[in-house]
Design a protein around this ligand. Structure first.
Ligand code: MN
Length: 254
């Protein structure tokens, strides 16, 4: 049991998990919006030694800044499709549900966290939003990616392996998993097209689809396209991404 105290070296880092909005369709309140995060993120952050807190969608920039100032690091989570107009494209017919309020909250939260030097971990849509936030772009659907042939939206359980992932040597991600690569789950229909300036690719699927990026030059931003939080109970090595995130956050705090 850890003692409570004010020593910054032993304090468990506060991890702000970017929330989503769910529009309730059933009675008694059809149309009600509900703030939520998938519980797997909460459990993974806690299992890795962080204290999870939820950062709900708000619109006021000063409120967003206050949210980020209150936490030590930010977890950018999965969710609906990002709006293609954010990177200057009109929406393709394959684009699904979009919520601009959620997009704006997450973009600003990611940019403020970066500005304040707070580590960011992006998962699935979180990776996509990080890439957009710093000037990259996305393919709006896997069918638009040249030579992509792999099923990236697996029809199997959340922790099952969807496809192989190869890691780029010398990256922070390869330090977590080793250079040999591994398999991961896959639940996405968009993918990175142009990598944002200041970032490098750390993971690829065998069909060339980008499965991970990280900031170059010391900034502590890491993102993967798969869902390690849905896998770690069956595949404990997947907690490594969260353990690395917490370790980097502790360094940033001290
Ligand atoms: Mn994939």
């Amino acid at each position: 049991m850890e003692r409570t105290g004010t020593n910054e070296n032993t304090r468990r880092p506060l991890i702000g998990i970017l929330a989503n909005l769910l529009v309730v369709e059933s009675n008694p309140f059809p149309g009600l919006e509900r703030s939520y995060v998938n519980h797997d993120y909460v459990a993974a952050v806690e299992a890795a030694g962080g204290i999870p807190v939820m950062l709900p969608v708000v619109g006021n920039p000063q409120t967003i800044r206050g949210q980020i100032e209150a936490v030590d690091a930010v977890l950018a989570t999965g969710g609906y499709d990002p709006d293609p107009m954010l990177w200057g494209e009109q929406p393709n017919r394959r684009i699904e549900f979009i919520n601009p309020e959620v997009d704006q909250h997450q973009l600003q939260a990611i940019r403020v966290a970066y500005e304040l030097g707070k580590p960011i971990l992006g998962i699935c849509r979180g990776l996509q939003m990080i890439n957009i936030a710093f000037g990259g772009s996305l393919y709006q659907d896997l069918s638009l990616v040249p030579d992509s042939y792999i099923q990236h939206y697996q029809k199997s359980l959340k922790y099952a392996f969807g496809h192989q992932v190869s890691l780029v040597k010398g990256t922070r991600l390869s330090a977590v998993f080793g250079d040999a690569g591994m398999a991961a789950n896959s639940f996405h229909h968009l993918a990175i097209r142009v990598v944002a300036p200041g970032f490098l690719v750390n993971a690829y699927a065998p069909d060339g689809v980008i499965e991970g990026i990280e900031s170059s030059g010391g900034a502590s931003v890491m993102a993967v396209q798969w869902h390690p939080e849905m896998m770690y109970l069956k595949h404990p090595e997947m907690l490594g991404i969260f353990l690395d995130f917490i370790a980097v956050t502790k360094e940033a705090v001290t």
